[in-house]
Design a protein around this ligand. Structure first.
Ligand code: 3PG
Length: 306
């Protein structure tokens, strides 16, 4: 029997699990669930007899890959696959995929939501500020970036974007101003949304020099990955500029210090929840299940990342 394991420390909504179950059982496969697990040993045990694995931000490192005797495919139900050891997977002939775009709207909505929450002083009733008429910089114009640009435009913001992998004309088709460099984006925009994957090019790439060029009221929203921020720079800009603000779905390691010293200019969700909506769970979870069925039955490797 072909076994599909869903291993989610942060579980999908019930409706998504039901949908995954339907797809898997209709294909004649068996579904196994490991939800809300608290120890890595549980994952190591569960993966032993799995032919396919669906995860979210769950760490699939070399130990997991080695423990998996029959594994042929891992699908990250989501965008970023920095939690999966691609080298170890490839070495064992295991295909790795993601489900690009499927949870993007949820992340985009949360990003704008966090900015409004900050601008309205955490809903404490005091006079806040508005987004309308302000500049928004979209750092990386992928699935999430595009949606943030579109929501920001709808709110009357002046939207700029930088993406080295896209022709400027593609960005400009959406009525968004494409800029030539990261430096230009940050120096033009009061608000910047970071929508980058974590990889060797992007890790710690948002540094003091870049943030220091932002206009008055400089505000960054990061619903991507904490590793993208250079944390000493984050502390330095908070200390050096009384107008600098930061909201994030991926709290930095230096959070305790920021909370102590700059609490009114900072917000982080208690646990990464950008993609935690029923719709995003259904879109990403069902896409992952379908991709696995198509791979096992037809050898379809669309969305392969290794
Ligand atoms: C992603 O990369 O898709 C997002 O960061 C969502 O991650 P999650 O599935 O752990 O919520």
């Amino acid at each position: 029997m072909t076994t599909i394991l869903v291993a989610t420390e942060k579980p999908f909504a019930k409706t998504a699990v039901n949908g995954i179950h339907d797809i898997v059982t209709k294909a004649g496969f068996e579904l196994k669930m490991l939800e809300k697990y608290t120890a890595k040993e549980q994952l190591l045990e569960a993966v032993k007899d799995a032919d396919a694995l669906i995860v979210r931000s769950d760490i699939v490192d070399e130990a997991v890959i080695q423990a998996a005797g029959k594994l042929k495919i891992v699908v990250r139900a989501g965008a970023g696959y920095d939690n999966i050891d691609l080298k170890a997977s490839t070495a064992k002939g295991i295909v790795v995929m993601n489900t690009p775009g499927q949870n993007a709207n949820a992340v985009a909505e949360l990003s704008i939501g966090m900015l409004i929450y900050l601008n309205r002083n955490f809903y404490n009733g005091s006079a806040g500020i508005e987004l309308r008429g302000k500049t928004m910089g979209v750092h990386a114009y992928g699935h999430v970036g595009r949606l943030i640009g579109s929501i920001a435009k709808g709110m009357g913001m002046d939207v700029y974007a930088y993406d080295p992998f896209l022709a400027k004309t593609v960005i400009e088709q959406d009525g968004v101003k494409a800029v030539d460099s990261i430096q230009e984006l940050y120096s033009k925009c009061q608000y910047v949304s970071i929508n980058l994957p974590a990889n060797k090019e992007t890790r710690e790439s948002i540094n003091f020099e870049l943030m220091a060029t932002m206009p008055e009221g400089a505000t960054i929203v990061n619903a991507a990955r904490k590793e993208i921020m250079h944390e000493p720079s984050l502390l330095k800009i908070f200390a050096g500029r009384k107008d600098f603000r930061y909201v994030t779905d991926v709290a930095p390691d230096c959070e305790a210090q920021i909370k102590t010293e700059f609490a009114t200019r900072y917000f982080a969700t208690p646990k990464k929840m950008g993609a935690q909506t029923e719709e995003a769970n259904i879109n990403a979870g069902l896409a992952a299940a379908r991709q696995i069925v198509a791979f096992i039955q037809k050898g379809d490797t669309t969305f392969r990342v290794n």
